[in-house]
Ligand binder design. Sequence first.
Ligand code: AMP
Ligand code: ZN
Length: 498
Amino acid sequence: MSDLKLYNTLSRQKESFEPITADHVGLYVCGPTVYSDVHLGNCRTFISFDIIYRYLRYLGYKVRYVRNITDAGHLEGDRDEGDDKFSKKARLERLEPMEIVQRYTVGFHKVMQLFNNEPPTIEPTATGHITEQIRMAQQIIDNGYGYVVNGTVYFDVEKYNKEKPYGILTNRKLEDLLEGTRELGGQDEKKGRLDFALWIKAGPEHLMQWPSPWGMGFPGWHIECSAMSEKYLGKQFDIHGGGMDLAATHHTNEIAQSQACYHTSPARYWLHTNMLTVNGVRMSKSAGNGFLPEELFSGSHPLLEKAYSPMNVRFFMLQTHYRSTLDFSNEALQAAEKGLKRLWDAYEKLMSWETGVGSQESGDKELDEKVRSLVAEFDEHMNDDFNTARVLASMFELVPIINSIKDKTIAITALSPDTVTLMQSKFKSYLEDVFGLKAVNEADNGKLQGVMQLLIDIRKEAKGKKDFATSDKIRNQLAELGITLKDEKGGEMTWGIE
Ligand code: AMP
Ligand code: ZN
């Protein structure tokens, strides 16, 4: 029996984790829709699942971690209304949809790397799995839960709900869900207000379309995750994750699709991360309160007082449990920066002690016991639904002890060699392997910020004097070094490292 307990949205309680196949875990996480840059809210979800993935491996599981790239089919409204996000952006920017996809996929990977997120083991794309999605939609029709109207395939929610509760994931009855939707008008093809598209007929203006048994079209967003999770993890797998905002529609529809197609619920455990907010409002593109990671790393966002390193931001996120909301502010980031520095300094001191220091006859049994029990808490807190915040609290209780040993106010002989070795190995495993933190040289980072600001100021002055030779020289030579300068609205200038 595993000691790991996780909160399952489906049962609304913490459950002991039992994988379907011993020692193996199948994990599916909904990936980004690559039609724009990811904001920090998206990053919070991906960082949370990175830590979950890392912890499962720390426990010794072999994990197949699938996180998709949505590169087709995600309409502006989650319930199949509006334009296709890629077509719209492609028309707006006069680019091929696949240029949009490429640009933002590369950007997404870069951001993930800066945050030191491990890549998933498989990263499938929706456009690479059109046949699988068509096959699944066809099976749903054959099983009696799908219908075709004018080249579009819909899922019949009311029919499905007669056999299985459609709102099972968020514990809502069909009547309650119907209340939140608008009446169908005469124009509507759908039979029921909650019916959603498995496949959508494409007009001639639609840039990405594929042949199907129902004519030219493109897949719906929800079928993508169902088809790809089944392909790589099987009809039922262990854990499905995503942000909380996906539970009510996207994940609810994924469950209905798998049930209608394979007569099984796709995942045994559903994990949902809570939202990153700004002044209490969920960070999102549509709310216009999205912070881009680069704006944080360069400090160029008007609401930021300074730049924050990726590790600083990662640590800021670790200090809150993934199921709690996290509010973004300068104060919170600055507090996290101080906390990380204090913790990392202590960690470096701890790791500089030779192995085997301490005394076999521990000089202070009580202290030795206290240290051992605080270290044992790391696993206990992580086993309690991945409580990174409480692990850090236990670590911070150990910091003054480490500092006192360093200052020699406590003799190292107070601890036994086993305790010192245990502390060293657990700190290393947690900070580096599970939490994915890396040493950052804050001093160098600060100097670089200063040098860049100086160059930007010189370039501004040169442009003011119409000395374009100098301003171009600065831009071009920085570009050669892999540093790009960007003119922002309002005359501001930001920079980023390629
Ligand atoms: P999208 O690219 O919009 O499909 O979103 C990618 C992931 O980010 C999904 O799992 C969303 O639930 C998640 N997400 C979106 N906004 C936020 C936010 N403000 N805080 C945390 N996660 C978010
Ligand atoms: Zn998904």
